[in-house]
Design a binder for this molecule. Structure first.
Ligand SMILES: [Zn+2]
Length: 470
């Protein structure tokens, strides 16, 4: 932390600094609970994680704390701390407490559920995604109250921490609908996205959506000797290859019908910010699975390609014989798994329909085609950067990080659009983690001083919002 913690111009910073040690020991306790949501063997741990959070909130003095554990959803935690002024706006902070599995566990330098502090970095599953960021908000609220020497926050703060984000939030819509009154708010602060870089903190303004499906081409009822039938029957593997080859044109654009019709381009301010962000192609490639070169849709920068342009990707392709040696067959079937990253205002169901048409148009006579959706997909979301809440957020983050911040986005997906749709309010993003925190991978970590800055930003935001949203 830079700056003078005693400086009266930075009361939130001083409050965060005073609470930092407790924050860290609490977070380590929470991270030790292996709340792996996708693994049924860890159901009890997800429940324990929710209970831990509820207990922590009660210790902090939140007047209303509930664990929602009635329906089919894994337990979610809800809390509310009303503002002193009943007319003040209500903000809902969203995060999640379930974590990803830890395989391959032998690649971790420290056991994933024995949180280990090395210098400024705290290693452990969930440190960045998303327990660290939820804990950051608990600290932010405490710092906000301490900085104002008040018993209640300047805005009504609600916290909603779900337990199924890493499973694709399958019960989020009914959960939101069942608790509509509890969750009513004027603004959602979504906390599950990173800054652009440690030396270039940013405000995320959107996430891409996603839709995935498997396409299966079937010919005969069994593989057949290629000397007997090869050349005389359609080959499903060749047909899958042709389908995949037809997905993009020569300029790297996706050829599904109307794929770009609803695409909304980012604002001029956002585009200017993307161009101004520091970008080292070699580093970016090294962090992108060690890829050898950038490529993609013609006419767009790499950041634009992964943040604000839609894609079609082949995730896996299968067909015929792939074992040792040669097996001369025409395979009976072949398949490909495809996923599409979507940007505002594309809709997963529209892409699903266009994919079915595309597959039908690329199915040779004599083959049977099946398109199997892999889940419902997630719609994309982008915040309106002209909204006063984004202005307040920018001021809060700039003050907390002691530097100007630009806009960024993230190419991944999350439930922001669902929160926006079901709650009917804008969503803004406040995160303080980094893209290279190794989330979903071995050696997940979080940079602790960034979480402290994030908590300070949140504390400042709660102070600024009543005026900005009035
Ligand atoms: Zn997450």
């Amino acid at each position: 932390m830079s700056g003078d913690p005693e400086n009266p111009e930075h009361p939130e910073r001083a409050a965060v600094a005073a609470l930092a040690d407790d924050f860290l020991s609490d977070l380590r306790e929470w991270l030790a609970i292996p709340s792996i949501g996708v693994d049924p063997a860890h159901r009890g741990d997800v429940r324990e994680s929710a209970q831990w959070l509820a207990d922590a909130l009660r210790r902090d003095g939140w007047p209303e704390v509930q664990v929602w554990d009635a329906g089919p959803a894994l337990p979610a935690v809800y809390a509310c701390w009303p503002a002193e002024d009943p007319e003040a706006p209500t903000v809902l902070v969203y995060g999640h407490h379930d974590v990803q599995p830890v395989d391959p566990v032998e690649r971790w330098r420290h056991p994933p559920f024995e949180p280990t502090l090395v210098g400024e970095e705290l290693f452990g599953r969930g440190a960045s995604d998303d327990k660290g960021q939820v804990a950051m908000h608990l600290l932010g609220v405490k710092a906000h109250l301490a900085a104002r020497a008040a018993a209640n926050p300047a805005v009504t703060i609600k916290l909603f921490v779900e337990g199924e984000e890493e499973s694709g939030s399958p019960h989020l819509v009914p959960l939101l609908d069942d608790h509509r009154a509890d969750l009513a708010c004027d603004l959602v602060v979504f906390t599950d996205t990173p800054l652009y870089a440690r030396d270039a903190p940013t405000i995320c303004t959107g996430q891409r959506g996603v839709y995935g499906a498997e396409v299966v081409f079937t010919g005969g009822t069994s593989d057949v000797h290629s000397g007997r039938a090869g050349g005389g029957v359609p080959n499903p593997a060749t047909a899958i290859a042709r389908l995949v080859a037809a997905l993009h044109d020569d300029r790297g654009r996706v050829r599904l019908r109307d794929f770009y019709t609803d695409v909304v381009e980012p604002s001029a301010a956002e585009r200017a910010d993307y161009a101004a962000l520091p970008f080292d192609e070699d580093v970016w490639l090294a962090n992108s699975g060690g890829a050898q070169a950038v490529s993609g849709e013609e006419g767009w920068s790499t950041l634009a390609r992964v943040w604000v342009r839609p894609t079609a990707e082949v995730n896996g392709i299968h067909g015929g014989y792939t074992g040792p040696g040669l097996k001369t067959i025409v395979p009976a079937d072949a398949s490909v798994k495809l996923s599409f990253r979507l940007v505002p205002n594309q809709r997963p169901e529209q892409v699903a329909e266009a994919l079915r048409e595309f597959v039908a148009a690329h199915t040779p006579p004599g083959l049977h085609a099946e398109v199997i959706p892999l889940g419902d997909g997630a719609p994309p979301y982008a915040a309106d950067v002209a909204h006063p809440a984004v202005g307040a957020l920018k001021d809060a983050v700039e003050a907390a990080f002691d530097q100007p911040v630009r806009f960024s986005r993230t190419g991944g997906s999350g439930p922001a659009a669902i929160l926006h749709d079901r709650l009917g309010v804008p969503v803004v993003y406040l995160g303080a983690t980094l893209p290279d925190d190794h989330i979903h991978a071995p050696n997940e970590r979080v940079v602790v001083p960034l979480l402290l800055r994030g908590a300070e930003a949140a504390a400042r935001l709660w102070r600024l919002l009543p005026e900005r949203l009035s």
